[in-house]
Design a protein around this ligand. Structure first.
Ligand SMILES: NC(=O)C1=CN([C@@H]2O[C@H](COP(=O)(O)OP(=O)(O)OC[C@H]3O[C@@H](n4cnc5c(N)ncnc54)[C@H](O)[C@@H]3O)[C@@H](O)[C@H]2O)C=CC1
Ligand SMILES: O=C(O)C(=O)[C@H](O)COP(=O)(O)O
Length: 376
């Protein structure tokens, strides 16, 4: 069996090695000729899987995408050819949640403000949006949710309209899939008109898909609204963000909010489980055996005395400033955006850090934030 896998997918050899021959490929440049002989195709978000890509292949038994988003997959076409497909829902939700939380702490530090006391609005309350809310609520932040689809489906949480969220929130974090049709389409959800409704001093974060914000309109908006601060992990026209936009953005990253080691491993592992199901094989491998041990056995914390101390702890896990600095140096170089993604050192999730309480004060809330080993 020939298994074609994106070169940026960790643990493919360990999980799929027994099942066939693995060939790794650059997912962004994959051609129909390369796919021709594949029995299994494992991709990430940069590969458009459609009729054009699969035109020469008549033996494909499974397509898997180790991602949450599925906008790069023509699922209708796969179904028409009876090719089973699976993505990896939720695989990197914790990574995105922690990324957005850390970015908010960084904004607070940069603008001599405090995250504590702000109201945060989450647009899209699925896996990633809920993961952000979990971090914020552990830290005692008030969160408002907007998700008309979940609201209509009877989700028992409390929801507000997007207009109310914009009016009431100091911080807005976007977590919707990209959709181009229907009543709740998200393409340019934040267009010029909506950007102009943002309250003074709003912080806006986009960790979902670039086109949820009209990036040209954002440039125009920022030219006269320096009070609004923006964090972008995703960009319209990836891998080529608009050059004029970058100077207006506080923290720039190349679509790596979901790049925790655990998140990527979970993505590959979920595809392994799905392929085993499709091929009727038993699942013989455990995900936990893939990951390196806990990152630090013990970090004893007397107290987190201030938001600054919390940011120090967060930076110990992931220092967003490093990626931002590299992004500004690299994004205009040929392949700069993709090289940064390819070479990204996977950060660990909070759960990889074992935090010990010295008993002097109550730091139990850190376990709600996701850290391991906090004594209760
Ligand atoms: N930057 C990154 O590295 C990553 C980006 N993503 C992106 O984030 C998106 C969301 O991921 P998840 O939360 O896991 O997906 P999910 O499917 O669990 O949740 C998305 C939520 O958005 C809601 N929604 C859809 N249209 C909406 C609208 N117009 N207004 C408000 N809510 C709306 C849906 O009802 C759903 O509850 C993915 O589709 C993907 O595009 C996901 C993972 C990593
Ligand atoms: O899961 C998703 O959806 C994402 O956006 C991915 O985390 C992005 O990573 P790649 O699949 O492009 O490596």
């Amino acid at each position: 069996m020939k298994i074609l896998a994106d070169e940026n997918m960790p643990y493919v050899q360990q999980l799929f090695g027994d099942l066939g021959t693995i060939e790794t490929v650059n997912g962004r440049e994959l051609t129909p000729e390369q796919v021709q002989e594949a029995d299994v195709l494992l991709v990430r978000s940069v590969t458009k899987v459609n009729q054009a890509l699969l035109a020469l292949n008549n033996k494909l038994k499974f397509v898997g995408s180790a991602t949450i988003g599925t906008d790069h997959i023509d699922q209708e076409y796969l179904a028409s050819r009876n090719i089973p497909f699976s993505n990896a829902p939720g695989c990197n939700a914790t990574a995105v949640g922690e990324f957005a939380f850390i970015a908010m702490l960084e904004l607070a530090q940069r603008f001599n403000s405090s995250l504590k006391g702000k109201v945060v609005g989450i647009v899209g309350a699925g896996n990633t949006g809920t993961a952000v809310a979990k971090c914020l609520e552990a830290y005692g932040i008030e969160v408002l949710l907007n998700d008309p689809l979940l609201q209509q489906s009877g989700d028992p949480r409390c929801f507000v309209s997007l207009d109310t969220l914009i009016a009431k929130c100091d911080v807005i974090s976007l977590h919707v899939p990209i959709t181009q049709q229907g009543e709740h389409k998200t393409w340019y959800l934040f267009d010029e008109a909506r950007l102009n409704t943002l309250a003074e001093n709003t912080w806006l974060l986009n960790c979902c898909r670039g086109e949820v914000i009209d990036n040209r309109a954002l440039i125009k908006f920022k030219q006269h609204r320096d009070d609004v601060k923006v964090v972008l992990d995703v960009w319209e026209g990836e891998p080529n963000p608009m050059e004029e936009l970058v100077p207006y953005i506080e923290f720039c990253t190349p679509h790596i909010a979901g790049y925790s080691l655990e998140g990527k491993a979970r993505g590959t592992y979920m595809l392994y489980q799905k392929l085993a199901e499709v091929l009727k094989l038993s699942v013989s491998k455990e995900m936990d055996t893939l990951l390196p041990k806990l990152w630090s056995e013990q970090l004893s914390i007397a107290e987190i005395s201030s938001e600054r101390a919390l940011l120090q702890l967060a930076r110990f896990v992931y220092d967003l400033r490093d990626d931002d600095e590299l992004f500004r140096k690299q994004f205009l170089k040929s392949q700069g955006f993709d090289q940064m993604r390819k070479n990204h050192t996977h950060r660990r999730e909070f759960s990889a850090l074992k935090v010990g309480n010295t008993g002097q004060t109550n730091v139990n809330w850190l376990s709600n934030l996701g850290f391991s080993g906090v004594e209760l």
